[in-house]
Design a binder for this molecule. Sequence first.
Ligand code: ZN
Length: 88
Amino acid sequence: MPELVELRCPSNLRHLFMKMTVTGERPKYTEENWIEVACGDCKSEQRKLEMRNLGSTSIIRVLHYFSFMGELMKTEIVRLGGDYIQGS
Ligand SMILES: [Zn+2]
């Protein structure tokens, strides 16, 4: 049975990334079958936080990963230089 899944930013639930219809086939976006979404809201939040605490920031992207069921699996902060730091 097809099921509608909504992907939302974990820190701003009003921010809806996409609605997805799941019909039993798993979309393959990462090796773990997760969907990667770059979040502008979290990027500016994290950058603001770092600017305030450190005076500079190297954050270039914040990525949310969702399972094919629309469940948030992890959030990653991408920095200049390619370091990946896993957030909550
Ligand atoms: Zn976000």
